[in-house]
Write a protein of this length. Structure first.
Length: 224
């Protein structure tokens, strides 16, 4: 019911994920990232506990592959789960259990991994990885473009209704946390529109948190 891509930008240190699904509010359950540690996608009959647990393991020194192996070995019902993980060292890792729904696939690349279930075709994750690897610019823009490439390659077998983009940078809170929790229209297109509005203001919101005296005008009535 879901296709997603996780990625890392070695130049900025950012980690992030883009995801879409036929289910509502997919990013609320599936997208997990921690500044300076890594990013995890936990999807297909989702257990939202897997993302924080994998990030905790990576924070204690495990590679993504080691963290996924520990989850596989110690967590019940992993035959239903699909997990993608990426940390600072060791490259990406993926797990897809034998009871993952429908047509599923995974793909790994340079600083990224993609996966999906109930897909229209097994080439969807590979298309996402290829697009991410060939893109430049801000990590959020690259992830979103890769998600669009997955949609254009067939995406999910049925219509999607939710999408999300999560990016962490240096602070303890997300730099980007944009979600379309339900749409009868294409949620990925709506996510693109939200990114176009948010991206130019992204750094200003960090400044407002860290040093409000240096923040630019809020642009609202009464603000001077």
């Amino acid at each position: 019911m879901t296709f997603s891509i996780i990625g890392h930008c070695p130049d900025s240190g950012m980690f992030g994920m883009a995801v879409s699904s036929s289910s509502p509010a997919v990013a609320a359950r599936c997208a997990h990232a921690r500044a300076g540690i890594g990013v995890v996608a936990s999807q297909n009959v989702t257990d939202p506990r897997l993302g924080p647990r994998a990030l905790d393991l990576m924070a204690r020194g495990a590679t993504a592959a080691e963290a996924v192996a520990i989850l596989r070995r110690t967590t019940p019902h992993m035959e239903f789960r699909q997990v993608l993980a990426l940390g600072l060292t060791g490259g990406p890792a993926a797990h897809s259990g034998p009871r993952v729904l429908g047509k599923w696939a995974e793909a790994q690349g340079d600083g990224c991994a993609a996966g999906g279930n109930l897909l229209a075709g097994e080439g969807v994750p590979a298309a996402m990885v290829s697009h991410f690897e060939g893109a430049s610019g801000h990590l959020g823009a690259r992830l979103l473009a890769a998600l669009c490439a997955g949609r254009d390659a067939g995406g999910e077998a049925g219509p999607v209704h939710s999408a999300g983009l999560l990016v962490v940078d240096r602070e303890s809170w997300p730099l980007v946390d944009l979600r379309i929790d339900w749409s009868e229209d294409c949620p990925i297109a709506r996510l693109e529109a939200a990114w176009a509005v948010f991206a130019p203001q992204m750094a200003d919101y960090v400044t407002r948190a860290l040093d409000p005296g240096q923040a630019p005008s809020y642009g609202v009535p009464g603000d001077e």
